[in-house]
Design a binder for this molecule. Structure first.
Ligand SMILES: NC(=O)c1ccc[n+]([C@@H]2O[C@H](COP(=O)([O-])OP(=O)(O)OC[C@H]3O[C@@H](n4cnc5c(N)ncnc54)[C@H](O)[C@@H]3O)[C@@H](O)[C@H]2O)c1
Length: 392
């Protein structure tokens, strides 16, 4: 019999993220045994009863629901985990806030800045003792050990004054003009369901990481393109205009005086999920690549000139972030571990009373940059982001 305090989870959506989060909850007690809280997989919800039952059996959920409203209404659930497409994040979060539940929400927080603001207002209103309801948004890349190490290196001042931040998120899965839009599996292609294309789906990750590492983005100038203008819609059966951005490039200023350059596309043949960033400071530079996620590249100009060069740090040592929880130095971890780490940090935050960043309010800052990017591209002009504070 466990002596741990239960955190009773109700998870909605059984796709890619439903699996990633369920894996996170299932692994946590084996690898983070010191935590006071343990997740209890009370219920999972998806619309097809047979499929959601199979999911519950596979991942160890105690019960199922086919209507998320019934899940949110249950009083044996403490926290709602939103793993559905972007068009339901706000509606579910508002209901969960009204029911006083903690909320773990997938990114992007919402389809638009306006929707995101309503979500932030709701969790602030539903909070107690002057504190908003407990929330977190799954910008999971922050919790890749090599990315967390990048944060520690920047905070130590090793890079010196930062001049440049450069990030890419490149894919190639929508090049085929016969690919339909909308519906199961292809909701990302439908602007009504997704809110935007690569900006909210991929650049949102890059922006979250960038502001976490390098502070607020103050203003942006963007260009977007929709290469295939019309696609069959799976739900209506009709050929309809495509409203998402297939590609987006923007440059920007950070509050610390550095310049940013960001590119994302689903038309970069050969690239599946090439998320990379590079930061150049006066004294040192770092870069990271999701395809080689256990490594952080580091160049330090202060090194003796005869051995100076880019180092490839294999981030697997127990001294490095999160790695004392896993195997032995030299043995790497994977994509799924970033979600396990976020579960661990969320449970820890219940013990400490601190935030598990990014909260809804922090994720809203990323939403502001996404909105400014789309606005800038549409108006062909520079836009202020109005991001609050220096963010980091
Ligand atoms: N953090 C990350 O790296 C990351 C990666 C992928 C997706 N995401 C985000 O996660 C969310 C889900 O993406 P995904 O790739 O898992 O999508 P998916 O299409 O694989 O799964 C979506 C699931 O939601 C279910 N669903 C849809 N509407 C529902 C409703 N009204 N009620 C109950 N269930 C419903 C679908 O049946 C499906 O099971 C999106 O917001 C996406 O942006 C984040």
């Amino acid at each position: 019999m466990s002596t741990k305090k239960p955190l009773r989870i109700g998870l909605i959506g059984t796709g890619l993220m439903g699996r990633a989060h369920s894996n996170g909850y299932n692994r946590i007690t084996n690898f983070f045994p010191e935590l006071e809280y343990t997740p209890v997989l009370k219920a999972v919800c998806s619309r097809n009863a047979a499929k959601v039952q199979a999911f519950a059996d596979q991942w160890g959920f105690e019960s199922i629901e086919t209507d998320w409203k019934a899940l949110v209404a249950r009083d044996d659930i403490d926290a709602i985990d939103i793993c559905t497409p972007n068009d339901s994040h706000a509606e579910i979060a508002l209901a969960a806030a009204a029911a006083g539940k903690m909320i773990l929400c997938e990114k992007p927080l919402a389809r638009t800045l306006e929707e995101g603001q309503i979500m932030v207002d709701a969790i602030e209103k539903a909070g107690t003792d002057g504190k908003p309801l407990k929330t977190t948004v799954w910008y999971n890349y922050r919790r890749m050990p090599a990315v967390t190490l990048a944060k520690q290196i920047i905070e130590s001042g090793k890079l010196g004054k930062i001049y440049h931040y450069r990030a890419n998120f490149l894919q190639d899965w929508t090049i085929n003009a016969d690919l339909p839009q909308g519906g199961e599996g292809l909701w990302r292609m439908d602007v009504g369901a997704a809110g935007s294309g690569v900006t909210g789906d991929l650049l949102a990750h890059c922006i979250d990481t960038a502001m976490w590492l390098n502070g607020a983005i103050t203003d942006v100038s963007a260009v977007t393109e929709t290469f295939v203008k019309e696609r069959m819609h799976q739900l209506t059966g009709k050929v309809e205009p495509v409203g998402i951005d297939d590609a987006c490039i923007f440059h920007c200023h950070f509050a610390n005086g550095s310049l940013g350059l960001f590119e994302s596309t689903r038309y970069a043949r050969g690239h599946k999920a090439l998320y990379t960033f590079e930061i150049n400071g006066a004294d040192a530079s770092i870069r990271w690549d999701l395809h080689d996620l256990n490594r952080l590249e580091y160049f330090d100009h202060r090194d003796d000139s005869i051995v100076r060069g880019w180092r490839s740090i294999h981030v697997t040592d127990g001294d490095q972030p999160y790695m004392n929880k896993w195997w032995i130095p030299g043995c790497g971890i994977g994509y799924e571990h970033s979600f396990i780490h976020q579960v661990a940090d969320f449970l820890k935050s219940l013990e400490t009373g601190e935030d598990c960043s990014p909260t809804f309010k922090e994720a809203l800052q990323t939403q502001k940059v996404c909105a400014a990017v789309i606005d800038s591209a549409n108006s062909r002009s520079w836009k202020d982001t109005n991001v609050e504070g220096n963010f980091v």
